[in-house]
Ligand binder design. Sequence first.
Ligand SMILES: [Zn+2]
Ligand SMILES: [Zn+2]
Length: 307
Amino acid sequence: MSLTVRFLGTSASRPTVERNVTSLAVVREGETLLFDCGEGTQRQMMRFGTSFALADIFFTHMHADHMLGVIGLLRTLALQGRTEVMHLWAPPASEPLLRQAIALGTDREKFPVEITEFVPDTPIQRKGYSILPFTVDHKQKAAVGFALIEDTRLGRFNPDLARKLGIPEGPAWGNLHRGLPVILDDGRAVEAADLVGPSRAGRRIVFSGDTRPCAATIAAAEGADLLMHEATFADEEGPRAIETGHSTAREAADVAAKAGVRKLALTHLSARYSLNASELLDEAREIFDNCVVARDGMEIDVPFPEE
Ligand SMILES: [Zn+2]
Ligand SMILES: [Zn+2]
């Protein structure tokens, strides 16, 4: 079961030559989900081979650098003859703005666009995972981050033991794996617990959106496999981070450490920093070592912990 993230834009507020504004593609077992869609995202998708056959775009908030790109992307999809519905998931009270934006410069939509205002802190159940929008601390009231939380997996089935016990391969194995007891032809009863280990947690990845460091992110990211946290500024701009509702790299690292995540990626960097952003990385690593500075096009694979 594959799970990868691809950074399509890693710059805060405005694009630079090297970094576009925010967008993140998550590809899970062939399904593509987009999180935020800053201006120029469609071209980043082409550059980095992100599928246009996606059906869901999730928005952290309605600041222009996170949503303007949806206008051009939907237009291109229409030109390509798309007929399938596109779902836009947005914070409370953002439907009118989004509806207006996507109608700009066109007479009618060529394919259905459904806009759903999600309820923060209420999971959106999907097949095999859920998306949890959690309220963060930004200048915009309705700003959220997102956690993608996979469903708990079945425990490990022990085929060798099953053969040894004379349980015929087939439906009986499947039933046992799903936790059901099985009666064999000779009358013996076999309990699932004899052959199946404890259920295992799925993976969890978290995207902070724009935010000050906050308890909600720490809670959502507890034990996460990957935290993608905004790190707009270095220490020297600490007061500016407070003023603008953003985080420093060190603050992002502190969130990662408190949440006990496996890996941290810093994104949403101010245009003042170089592509390496070594000062951001150095400051973050003083607090949390397994940390990278995201770049446009960077892909991070998220394996199961035991892999
Ligand atoms: Zn932003
Ligand atoms: Zn913002």
